[in-house]
Design a binder for this molecule. Structure first.
Ligand code: PBG
Length: 329
């Protein structure tokens, strides 16, 4: 026999589909998925978001059908965004009892009590200027905004929300919201903090869907600089200290290194937000026939889990649940 040098034969474990199944390290499950929904006022509205094919602004009366579909697919968590008709300087629509998210929450929890309702806690969809807090001197006033965010969180919990997800990036928001929830008797309601949220260009389509584009300036004084990694650790550390129960990293795909940092440094469940721009890019390429959508989406989401995400918020949730069911058949 010729003298073959010794080396590792990695291909042994890739030889057949069964063998590859046996040694697969990361898996995607339906229970990993959170489905975002945009709720509008009015009736019989099911309006597709132009930059997000397959994603709709949905009126309250059509909500229950959608929730039934999600339940059938085995998706057990939704995150709600409200798109109100009326906006004002303070974002009053965010914290009134008849706010759109509060109404939607009550509806969902009455119809399907087991569906986990995550309420996005922010003001940008409700303010006339489109910023995530109240404005003083052309910038968002941190401490003045905190009070309104706390009110918003409590009103969402009162409506029946299972999880409060503050996304506004004010300093101290977890501490203030935790205290307000506890004082109102909601000690059992967890906070899923958007701990690490970058000032990203990947949110464009969301701002079309939620009608939340800032009317002046940008969000760079409160959302993070995409260049920074250590800052993400500082942000997350504060939120953990203040009482967060989950940590979100957003966006996901260009920030998988940050997802891994979170997983390695903190012992809370880590959530990756597969944002609107990431969705739109895939859809656009798929519509052109340039990529295999299903294969690409599954690879993308799997990579988020491999990076350390325990949960994924994604507009692809329904598709993924269908694909997983087909695979298991
Ligand atoms: C609200 C909020 C935003 C997103 C989630 N919550 C928009 C923003 O910060 O401008 C973006 C989600 C997405 O792009 O899918 N602050």
């Amino acid at each position: 026999m010729t003298n073959i040098p010794t080396f590792d034969r990695h291909r042994r474990l890739r030889r057949t589909a069964g063998m590859r199944d046996l040694v697969r390290e990361t898996h995607l499950h339906k229970t990993d998925l959170v489905y975002p929904m945009f709720i509008v006022e009015g009736e019989k509205m099911r309006k597709e978001v132009p930059s997000m094919p397959g994603v709709y602004q949905l009126s309250l009366d059509l909500l229950t059908e959608e929730i039934d579909e999600l339940e059938e697919l085995g998706i057990q968590a939704v995150i709600l965004f409200g798109v109100p008709n009326e906006k004002d300087e303070q974002g009053t629509g965010a914290f009134i009892d008849e706010g759109i998210v509060q109404q939607a929450t009550r509806k969902i929890k009455t119809k399907v009590p087991s569906m986990l309702v995550i309420a996005d806690t922010c003001l940008c969809e409700y303010t006339s200027h489109g910023h995530c807090g109240v404005i003083h001197d052309h910038d968002v006033d941190n401490d003045a905004s905190l009070e309104l965010l706390a009110k918003t969180a409590v009103s969402q919990a009162k409506a029946g929300a299972d999880i409060i997800a503050p996304s506004n990036m004010m300093d101290g928001f977890v501490a203030v919201i935790r205290q307000a929830l506890d004082q109102a008797g909601f000690t059992q309601i967890p906070i899923m903090s958007y701990a690490v949220k970058y000032a990203s260009s990947f949110y464009g389509p969301f701002r079309d869907a939620a009608d939340s584009t800032p009317q002046f300036g940008d969000r760079k004084t409160y959302q993070m600089d995409p260049a920074n990694r250590l800052e993400a650790l500082r942000e997350a550390k504060s939120d953990v200290h203040e009482g967060a129960d989950f940590l979100i990293v957003k966006p996901a795909l260009s920030y998988l290194d940050i997802v891994r940092e979170m997983k390695n440094n903190f012992d809370l469940p880590i959530v990756a937000y597969n944002v609107s721009g990431e969705y739109a890019m895939v859809k656009a390429a798929a519509q052109n026939g340039w990529i295999d959508e299903q294969a690409l989406v599954m690879e993308k989401l799997l990579s988020m889990k491999r990076a350390g995400a325990d949960l994924i918020i994604t507009y692809f949730a329904k598709d993924v649940a269908k694909w997983l069911a087909e695979k298991n058949r």
